[in-house]
Ligand binder design. Structure first.
Ligand code: ZN
Length: 384
């Protein structure tokens, strides 16, 4: 291994305490997606760290969601890379005090320890070590979202992400790492719709002929909707929750359901969306009216050959540096890597600490993976 990288690895070995302290500091605070003040205060702490290293830091500010931090370093007349992640967690206020950062049997616990305070710790430590040696292989842009866990539902962070990532030559997402060293190159997208049907209520015994059953109408439509599933295309539809009517002796005036769609490509989603518009207009039971509304939208990280190639090159570099091999995987859960890929950036995701059970109180991260993944990121940034 070449001298510079070896020295960087030594620095990591000598920085365990400092890294653990930063990890702990990031975990021991409430910053669920709903707590804007909490997320923004994490952003200011990270701003201070990065400005101390010579980064130019700015924020995209949102009224109802945690702000997005963007930090630039180096010469942007050169090709630049994007390092990304998020600062929010899925946990409610009070969790940081209730179950603070703890280490037991080589595993770290605490809200967001895996998803993704570990990844943020790795990112910030890498920046500290690389700026110290005058890193200038690429311009570096860091993008840290403040509302990733809620899919940027009440901000325009998705669009801001696209704009900031555009033109980058590579993207690295420090998200939750997987136990088997799989590196994510594809994630399914998720879109959810609420479907409401209004009919005409009537007494089931006295004047049923005056009624127009919303439940009946919805049943027809659910059958049409379920037929849109295409396993080969990777687009699946599930009317997962349904409701309607009030009492058994009334023709139901109203019915509703929640439709969840998982998709691998925008093309697949567009096909379904178009068909849903037809289904919305179509009427089986006269005088009923249907409305279909999007209530959640998480784009897919589409599989691209450039991302697979990047993962293969990263694997070669990891092995040459004496680190564990990695391999490309596809997963169901979404991340902001979708935006990187839409911006045309070859991207590898889930480079953060390894662990299990994120989004639950059983969440843990393997402590040693903090240092392993630190070395991997440094090797990639020095060699790719
Ligand atoms: Zn995450």
């Amino acid at each position: 291994m070449e001298e510079v990288l070896k020295n960087l690895f030594d620095e990591v070995d000598n920085s365990h305490e400092e890294m653990m302290a930063l990890w702990k500091k990031l975990v021991n605070r409430d910053c669920g997606s709903g707590n804007k003040a909490g997320v923004d205060s994490v952003g200011r702490d990270i701003q201070e760290i990065l400005e101390g290293l010579g980064f130019k830091v700015r924020f995209h500010e949102y009224e109802k969601a945690g702000n997005m931090l963007v930090a630039d370093y180096g010469d942007f007349s050169k090709p630049f890379i994007v390092l990304t992640g998020h600062m929010d967690t899925v946990f409610k206020d009070g969790q940081a005090a209730e179950r603070p950062f703890t280490v037991k049997d080589g595993k770290a616990y605490g809200p967001g320890v895996l998803d993704m305070k570990g990844g943020v710790t790795i990112l910030l430590t890498a920046m500290k070590l690389l700026t110290k040696i005058g890193y200038d292989r690429y311009g570096i842009r860091i993008i840290l979202a403040g509302d990733e866990e809620v899919g940027h539902g009440s901000s325009h962070a998705g669009n801001d992400f696209l704009k900031e990532a555009k033109g980058a030559v590579m993207g690295f997402n420090m998200e939750t790492g997987f136990m088997d060293n799989g590196i994510v190159i594809e994630r399914k997208g998720c879109r959810r719709y609420r479907i409401d049907v209004d009919g005409v209520g009537a007494h089931a015994g006295n004047n049923p002929e005056d009624g127009r059953s919303a439940v009946e109408e919805l049943c027809h439509k659910i059958l049409d909707i379920q037929k849109l599933t295409d396993f080969e295309e990777g687009t699946t539809l599930n009317c997962g929750v349904i409701g309607g009517g009030t009492v058994a002796n009334a023709i139901p005036e109203h019915a509703w359901c929640i439709l969840d769609i998982r998709f691998r490509t925008q093309k697949g989603l567009d096909r379904v969306d178009k068909a849903l518009k037809e289904i919305e207009k179509k009427v089986y039971v006269p005088d009923t009216k249907t409305t279909i509304k999007v209530i959640l939208d998480v784009p897919a990280m589409e599989k691209r050959q450039e991302s697979i190639d990047l993962c293969e090159r990263a694997n070669t570099i990891a092995i040459e540096a004496g680190l564990a091999p990695i391999h490309p995987i596809a997963v169901g859960g979404g991340s902001d890597s979708a935006f990187l890929v839409y911006a045309g950036v070859p991207t590898i995701c889930a480079l953060g600490v390894r662990g299990e059970f994120n989004h639950t109180v059983r969440e843990y991260a393997v402590v040693d993976s903090l240092f392993e993944r630190e070395k991997m990121l440094l090797a990639l940034l020095m060699k790719l």
